[in-house]
Design a protein around this ligand. Structure first.
Ligand code: ACO
Length: 447
């Protein structure tokens, strides 16, 4: 039995022993370590918290991103995402996330210069890139090449040195679009395009992606701005799966390239950064508006998920999805409307009126419309999670920097509830009691 004490503590009574404990509460949380004193006997290990997927466990204190999932609020360093998407550039937002404040003109100019002057990669990266199969998924290439950057910059190991950290941050934000574009051009068999520092951050990325024989590539300004806003919307999202991966791997003291490679790996999965790709595949599979009701029925029957819907934190419309939906219409003005947009709109309309989705508070998330925009801009589906990774880089780096400097942090090492066999003696193969195995174990052993 637990009662909340207004003085900032919990009084916890262990009904197994009748003993009572005072557990301090700070910032709306208690430390699960304070529960370790609750024991049945002296040799009892003590009470553990059990929370698969961290549904109700804060792994850190953070001052970077605030989300109120029930009210659909997202802020970076206190600034509402809507205002940043309307007024800021991605590089300015990256500065905000990493340094904590919006830059003045001079600081922004220096910051932009520094990022742009780290866009080139070592020539050996080209050889490394060429080692991948012609049809390698660009996100797999990103996981490998971002990790490989650590071998080019051994100085990055000095993670407690502030100057070194700042340098690696600039290098990573500068080089990620170059690696991303190279991964695409490798898969297409196109020659790589060198960075053009006269262009904006998204403009340079579009140039490295799509420049062919023209002397001067000039990006379409509507698409350039749309991409910049998409990067802003993806720049951070507090303790999501990939950020947790960056922090957990970074907690071992490894360099930021390796920690960020772990973030890329986490982002590759269809439940996370792969969702926008999965949305397009789902829309193509549905094929036409008249098939939408049938598809919704199959989702409700459990045959799959409505990709781009639902979120661990948002139990309301994802504020990023609202902004992206607006951008989608602006982009389609330039590129022509995709029939997939109409299927998406119909899916959204039906799902938002359907009891199944209402009861579970499932709303469109950031990925529901982003894939449609990327596709209209000419990005192949395989590149979608890579685009997400470019946007998320400043978030990962600001979270990693915060983690490294946080004296509360230790190497990430969760506990487990061991529910396996008690100790037993090894026996020779001929005397192992196969006939005593239950069906389930026999099944596993068949593998
Ligand atoms: N379609 C249909 N049903 C869903 C969906 C969905 N997209 N998402 C959740 N549900 C249902 C579940 O089946 C479950 O139903 P039940 O209670 O009857 O079993 C209930 O809603 C809760 O689902 P959980 O999986 O427990 O929710 P969780 O918070 O763990 O998962 C997640 C969140 C992974 C995002 C989930 O909603 C999902 O798989 N969505 C589709 C993939 C997607 O769009 N991912 C992108 C997320 S945003 C991002 O990473 C940038």
């Amino acid at each position: 039995m637990t009662t909340v004490n207004p003085s900032g503590s919990l009084t916890v009574t262990d009904n197994r022993t009748g003993k009572t404990y005072d557990i301090p509460v700070e910032n709306g949380a208690f430390k699960t370590m304070d529960f370790r004193q609750i024991k049945l006997s002296d040799d009892d290990f003590g009470l553990l918290g059990y929370d698969p997927g961290f549904l109700n466990t804060a792994s850190c204190k953070s001052a970077i991103t605030y989300i109120d999932g029930d009210r659909g609020i997202l802020r970076y360093r206190g600034y509402p995402i809507e205002q940043l998407a309307q007024h800021s550039t991605f590089l300015e937002t990256a500065y905000l996330l990493i340094k904590g404040e919006l830059p003045d003109k001079e600081r922004l100019a220096v910051w932009s210069y520094n990022i742009h002057h780290h866009t080139m990669t070592h020539a050996n990266i080209v050889k490394f890139m060429d080692g991948f199969r012609y049809d390698a998924h660009p996100m797999g290439i990103m996981v490998g090449t971002v990790g490989a950057l650590s071998t080019f910059y051994p100085d990055a190991k000095n993670i407690m040195n502030e100057d070194s950290r700042k340098l690696q941050v600039r290098r990573l934000i500068g080089k990620i679009p170059t690696l991303a574009a190279m991964s695409f051009r490798h898969s297409m068999g196109f020659p790589y395009v060198l960075p053009d520092n006269d262009l904006s951050y998204p403009g340079n990325f579009l140039s490295m992606m799509f420049k062919m024989t023209e002397h001067n590539y000039r990006p379409n300004p509507v698409l350039e701005r749309a991409l910049d806003v998409l990067f802003i919307l993806h720049a951070d999202h507090e303790q999501n799966c990939s950020t947790n991966a960056v922090r957990a791997v970074g907690s071992s003291g490894v360099d930021p390239y390796t920690a960020v490679a772990a973030g890329c790996a986490a982002l590759y999965g269809p439940k996370h950064g792969g969702a926008n790709e999965a949305v397009i595949r789902m829309l193509m599979e549905i094929g036409s508006i008249d098939k939408v009701p049938e598809f919704i029925k199959s989702v409700k029957a459990g045959s799959g998920r409505l990709m781009g819907f639902g979120h661990r934190v948002y139990k309301n419309y994802d504020p990023r999805a609202k902004i992206i939906k607006k951008i989608a219409f602006e982009v389609f003005e330039e590129t022509g409307r995709s029939p997939l947009l109409d299927i998406a709109l119909e899916l959204e309309r039906i799902a938002l009126e359907d009891d199944y989705f209402i009861a579970r508070k499932l709303y469109p998330n950031v990925d529901f419309y982003s894939g449609l925009i990327y596709k209209a801009m000419g990005f192949p589906l395989d590149m979608f999670p890579v685009l997400f990774a470019i946007g998320r880089i400043p978030g990962w780096l600001s979270q990693w920097t915060e983690h490294v400097q946080d004296s509360d942090q230790k190497i990430a090492r969760p506990r487990q509830l061991y529910l396996g066999e008690e100790v037993r003696d090894w026996m020779p193969i001929e005397s192992r009691p196969r006939n005593r195995m239950d069906e389930k174990k026999l099944d596993i052993c068949r593998l």
